[in-house]
Design a protein around this ligand. Structure first.
Ligand code: 3NM
Length: 232
């Protein structure tokens, strides 16, 4: 089996070799995030940071799927500068080498990236690490590397990312939130303004979204409204 194919399904048998065969993954401890994460926009351009950070956002993710080379590097550099101006925690999706080189606050990785990324290098560079998880075994596996936060999803149906996982729902989210006290939990997937308060009631530390903000008619207004809803 190639390492990547080990991640392609969700059965226990596929995960066991990872847990037992990669003990080097187990002794990482990533720095914690700042407390009080709140609303967590996931955006594809640095320009979004200039629009959203003045609203009081404390954590944001740059998730670029359509740039490479110099253009990618410039976009990440720009986002880092803006996030530093506002003192905001910026996580770079996927591009962990660039994140280290350019001095980002953190990296966000999917489980399929965990074996390929040099987790020790990320940890030693002092970057935070957020990890996605979509089922029991991915949660269990993510916990073994002591990430800065654990993202769990998709909570509802989402059109923003194709995934083999069914929506996990609020009950599962509450279950994990109750049982994992030591690492902040981020809910993601299909979360819109009208669902914010019910997601927040689970006690989750942060709520992440793409389309509710980036496809809104008035992204600033919906962001501010969702931030207020989260505080209620
Ligand atoms: N990751 P929207 S769901 C990027 O479950 C991403 O890991 C997910 O977009 C996960 O807010 C998702 O538009 C898409 O549904 C989130």
């Amino acid at each position: 089996l190639q390492p990547k194919s080990l991640f392609s399904g969700t059965s226990m048998i596929q995960y066991l070799p990872l847990i037992h065969g990669h003990r080097d993954l187990l002794d990482t401890h990533f720095l914690p995030c700042e407390p009080g994460l709140g609303l967590y926009p996931v955006v594809d351009r640095a320009e979004w940071l200039t629009r959203l950070l003045p609203l009081g956002i404390r954590i944001i993710q740059l998730r670029i799927k359509d740039l490479s080379g110099q253009a990618l590097r410039e976009e990440i550099t720009r986002a880092i500068h803006i996030s530093e101006d506002y003192g905001v925690q910026l996580f770079i999706n996927d591009y962990w080498q660039l994140a280290i080189e350019l001095g980002a606050y953190g990296v966000h990785l999917g489980q399929e990236d965990l074996l390929e990324a040099d987790l020790k290098a990320i940890e030693q560079a002092g970057l935070r690490l957020g990890v996605s998880s979509h089922c029991y075994f991915e949660v269990a596996r993510a916990l073994t590397i002591n990430p800065s936060y654990l993202a769990y999803g998709p909570i509802y149906h989402t059109d923003s990312k194709q995934m083999p996982w069914q929506p996990q729902g609020l009950q599962q989210l509450s279950f994990w939130k109750k049982n994992i006290q030591h690492i902040p939990m981020v809910a993601i997937g299909g979360i819109k303004l009208e669902r914010i308060s019910q997601v927040a009631l689970t006690g989750v530390d942060s709520i992440a979204m793409i389309s509710a903000i980036t496809q809104a008619e008035d992204p600033e207004l919906v962001t501010e409204t969702m931030m207020k809803e989260m505080e209620l």
